[in-house]
Design a protein around this ligand. Sequence first.
Ligand code: BTN
Length: 255
Amino acid sequence: MKFDLIELLKNSKSKFFREFIYFERVDSTNTFLLKRHSRFDRVLVITDFQTSGRGRFARKWISEPYKNLMFSFGLLIHKTEFLSRLNFWVTLSILKAIEELFSFKAEIKWPNDLIFNGKKFSGILIENIINEKEAIKSVIGCGINVNQTEFPKELIDKTTSLKLLLNKEISREILLARIIDNLDRSYISLKEKFSEIYNEWKLNCKLLGTNISITDGKNVWEGIFKNVDFNGDLVLQSKNGIKKFSSGEITICKE
Ligand code: BTN
């Protein structure tokens, strides 16, 4: 079934977004918003099918049509320090929506994946256009595996969905409505009480304090996952000292 915008609006109390756009099919909701020059701020775009969905590290984001959530929203940011906070805000809003609706506690995998038992079901791609004179255009794209139950062979060991985890069909409209309400409710904290979001995010961050390896796609480093700082950077205590990473892919390190 197609995503139902009316049902979404019926379930959300939030006035945070100014406009909602639904496409049954689009290249990528992130690309659509990046290309849009006016009416961009606080506009949410949702689709049932992406022909060129993108993930982090220029990977493809493939999602079965009509089953999952794929949406992006635009924000105009006036202070660069907010950019690194977006990640915490959005990841936590999704995590909490799932916990509130289904009493199910997922885990955060740095920087912004949601996982359970080592399998990922949600990812975020944040892309920014920084123009020196104007405000920064930020596009936050979220992909959540909701009702998909079959995955390509090469993904089966690493990927799951909420339906597989909870053993029931989930209303995408009710889930997105709750995510939106959470984004709205905690937006003020981004500016005024960021430490609240930051601390809660860290409490749910899997692997913190453990031995990990981290790769940027070319090199691999090993060490203790010491911290995620206020900027969202991962702090690794390696044999050669402290090293910070602003992006990368982490895995548990077998000792
Ligand atoms: C990742 O984990 O690699 C991030 C995945 C982000 C996927 C979403 S789906 C909606 C939006 N449009 C895109 O092309 N990508 C994001």
